[in-house]
Design a protein around this ligand. Structure first.
Ligand code: PLP
Length: 471
């Protein structure tokens, strides 16, 4: 394998210090303090292969954060590259506003079949069979929320204009998604411009075997709904695990309880599976793990295997039917993006979905998850600064404790987790990111045991930078 083939091309033409300076001054990076970034030596990626990314300085990094949680097959999997290349030779873009194209039709149908497959043990076959395309996770959520509002309006429930969401939720960075979110440090500077949402508690269950009663959460939820069911259009929730607030697993069975109240009070259930879906936590459709059928599902991140931007919002018959009419009724869904259903994204999404079954991806997620859970507990579980490790599929949160042994939930208090992640990046070349004071691991879903070991060892070594009580 010629590691320096492309690198030498780039570095031969462009020297690193110049590239770094141009990056630090012209490219404005997301969620990044650019003043501090200007003082670092940025990692400038040149190419990717399998779970590894190679930078222009010819260093190899293990992508343990899955390029912001979307990577499924490692980088540049030949099958996915081929799907994009073939499609590019035929049609790069045509807009679903006026015409249609084969990749959009094929992927929508495959997805609907896959959803049926995931819900095959449910009492009724799901009617989630209407696929609305957009181009990222935030828009998938935005679309779902607008669908819910327009749905309520068009069935005559015009007072139902509000949403019930959850503490510490994250749904994206556009205004509707920000309003539904509840991580204050992300949104407080915009709060005067956000609309208010009702917030229920999100009962966390770290150990899948320990069953604590969620009765008081349920009572709070019902009280929130019962008083206001003529006002609430939909419930919006991250099923299985809240990602951005630090990998917080939802208590088992709780999604079913939420669904029960939604049904009782005739409120739509929207599951934001942008992170939890597409096998990140096991099944393709995360809510199918509990056989809870939402009215609307939001998908993104892994949907194209981590190659192209795409968001999808899937609605059931009940929602879809409320938009039927003739033009002058003006009941058509009032939303669309220029690149909605981009053929390149659809083509690679098709190949990704095929490979999920061909390669038995769900089984790999299950085995590697068990392995990672076991290895982390064995190697770092008793470290005095490590709290209770949370694992759902290949989404892992390792909360760090402060020196008095308590878990500080504050997002600002990331100093220690940041120190550990930086050490892992610099010394072990394992790319990790902190969320607040939680170290997260979100690797490609086809990861192998060898890389699991590499990640665990890097974290174990990096933890040595922390002061431990009694030292
Ligand atoms: C990442 C994420 C989003 C936003 O997706 P983008 O593609 O980053 O806009 C929405 N919801 C959840 C649960 C996410 O994890």
């Amino acid at each position: 394998m010629s590691d320096d083939r492309t690198s030498s091309r780039l570095v031969g033409l462009r020297d690193y210090p110049k590239l770094a300076e141009q990056d630090q001054t012209v490219v404005w990076h997301p969620y990044t303090q650019m003043q501090e970034y200007a003082e670092t030596e940025p990692i400038i990626i040149d190419r990717g292969e399998g779970p590894y990314l190679y930078d222009v300085r010819r260093r190899r990094f293990l992508d343990a954060y899955g390029s912001m949680w979307c990577n499924v097959w490692g980088h540049n999997h030949p099958e996915l590259v081929k799907a994009i290349q073939q499609q590019a030779g035929q049609l790069c873009h045509a807009s679903l506003f006026s015409v249609s194209h084969v990749p959009a039709i094929d992927f929508a149908n495959m997805l609907v079949d896959a959803i049926k497959q995931d819900f095959r043990f449910a009492d009724e076959a799901p009617s989630l069979s209407h696929v609305f395309y957009s181009d990222n996770g935030s828009t998938a959520v935005e679309v779902a929320m607008k669908m819910a509002l327009q749905y309520q309006n068009q069935i005559g429930k015009i007072s139902r204009t509000q949403f019930l969401t959850f503490h510490s939720g994250y749904h994206g960075d556009t205004f509707g998604a920000m309003s539904a979110s509840n991580i204050d440090v992300f949104t407080q500077k915009f709060s005067p411009s956000l609309f208010k949402c009702h917030r229920a508690t999100y009962p966390m269950q770290v150990d899948p075997d320990e069953h604590e009663s969620t009765r008081h959460h349920e009572m709070q939820l019902e009280a929130l709904i019962a008083g206001r069911n003529d006002k609430i259009a939909a419930v919006v929730i991250e099923p299985v695990v809240q990602g951005a607030s630090g990998m917080r697993p939802l208590a088992e069975d709780y999604l079913g309880k939420i669904k029960k109240y939604c049904r009782e009070y005739d409120i739509l259930l929207i599951t934001d599976e942008v992170f939890a879906g597409f096998c990140r936590t096991g099944p393709l459709i995360a809510s199918s793990a509990e056989l809870v059928e939402p009215d609307i599902i939001c998908l993104g991140k892994g949907i194209t295997g981590g190659t192209m931007p795409m968001g999808v919002t899937v609605a059931n018959d009940r929602v879809f039917d409320a938009f039927k009419g003739v033009w002058k009724d003006f009941r058509q869904f009032l939303h669309g993006h220029t690149y909605s259903g981009n053929p390149l994204a659809c083509a690679v999404a098709i190949r990704n979905l095929e490979m999920i079954y061909e390669e038995k991806l769900k089984e790999n997620v299950k085995s590697r998850s068990r392995e990672l859970n076991y290895a982390l507990k064995r190697v770092i579980g008793s470290h005095p600064r490590v709290g209770q490790i949370r694992v759902r599929g290949l989404a892992v949160g390792i909360p760090l404790l402060d020196e008095s042994g308590s878990e500080d939930g504050g997002y600002e208090s990331r100093a220690d987790a940041n120190k550990v992640c930086l050490h892992a990046v610099e010394k072990s070349r394992v790319l990790l990111r902190p969320l607040g004071n939680v170290i997260t691991i979100v690797p490609p879903l086809n990861i192998e045991s060898e890389q699991i070991e590499e990640i665990v060892n890097a974290i174990a070594k990096a933890l040595e930078v922390l002061d431990t009580p009694g030292e």
